[in-house]
Design a protein. Structure first.
Length: 308
């Protein structure tokens, strides 16, 4: 939806009950296949990385095994980096970028850093090209131990034994036109709130942690990505998605307060990438390449600091 008509599920001003969630689920169709698109690529990487099956989620009889790929061997003397994609399943380049990094660029970091990569955190949403999971819950606002998103709590359990080792966590996302046409109206309807229209930025940007922004780190990523795709300019108010920019292409969120994925390791260097796949100035390949460039720049910056 893109006009001011009510969202097709629910009654304006009234939060959803399970009946509305069922109506919302009935609108979701399986548009692509995790078992065909993602799992074979993970399997092909298993000769170079340890393939870790860290959970299996079942929604209405559909089972989704959750996999991560880990450095083999894991060397406790080295710093560690967590790379996550597909926390929002519809944000395709997060998934493809994480896998492309492992396929094409990760070998350059062997023996220098331990990598833990979860390329598709939310496979049910990946298949429906949706932001939410089966329960109409946004995983990226529910990374807390008692949270309602199984995708989030399962990833936290995977990471927990290695807490204290991570120097870096980069979480790969997209901002799409459908954020404004579908997902933000759905959120307002779900919560019984009025929908307030916003603007979708044209280009790549980063969301740093408001409590620990590490601007030199963020700016190094922006500089690398700028060689691949364009950086989002601020709007007329100097903001991106309603947040003041703190440097070109960089805004901040309070990651832990928002229970975002990037908060789960406590790493000193964290960021959330935001690629814009609907831009007439960017292709799907450029979006994936931008994610890879961001990962490499983040690793290079952190490893250069470790040497110092």
């Amino acid at each position: 939806m893109s006009d001011n008509s009510p969202y097709p599920v629910g009654i304006p001003g009234r939060a959803w009950t399970e009946m509305e969630r069922d109506q919302w689920r009935a609108r979701q169709s399986r548009l692509r296949r995790y078992d065909r698109d993602v799992l074979p690529r993970i399997e092909r990487l298993a000769d170079r990385f340890e393939r870790v099956r860290y959970d299996e989620i079942d929604y209405a009889g559909e089972a989704y095994p959750l996999y991560a790929l880990s450095s083999r061997p894991w060397d406790a003397a080295l710093p560690a980096a967590l790379i996550t994609g597909g926390v929002h399943g519809y944000e395709t380049s997060g998934v493809t970028g994480a896998l492309a990094f492992l396929q094409a660029r990760a070998a350059a970091y062997a023996g220098r850093v331990n990598l833990l990569v979860a390329p598709c955190v939310s496979p049910w949403a990946y298949e429906r090209i949706n932001r939410w999971n089966y329960d109409a819950v946004d995983p990226n606002r529910n990374f807390r131990a008692d949270g309602p998103s199984r995708e989030a709590t399962s990833l936290m359990q995977l990471v927990q034994p290695r807490l204290g080792q991570f120097r870096l966590h980069i979480d790969l996302h997209e901002t799409t036109d459908s954020d404004e046409s579908e997902f933000r109206p759905a959120l307002a309807a779900r919560d019984g709130q009025p929908f307030e229209p916003g603007l979708i930025p044209d280009g790549f940007y980063l969301v740093a942690d408001a409590e620990n922004p590490q601007l030199d780190f963020q700016q190094a990523i922006i500089a690398a990505v700028e060689a691949v795709t364009h950086i989002a300019p601020p709007d007329d108010t100097g903001q991106i998605i309603g947040c003041p920019i703190v440097a070109p292409g960089i805004i901040t969120y309070p990651q832990r307060d928002y229970a975002m994925c990037a908060s789960i390791t406590g790493a000193p260097y964290t960021t959330t990438t935001e690629v814009y796949p609907d831009s007439p100035r960017a292709t799907a390949q450029q979006c994936s390449d931008a994610q890879v460039a961001a990962v490499c720049a983040a690793l290079d910056f952190v490893l250069a600091g470790s040497r110092g």
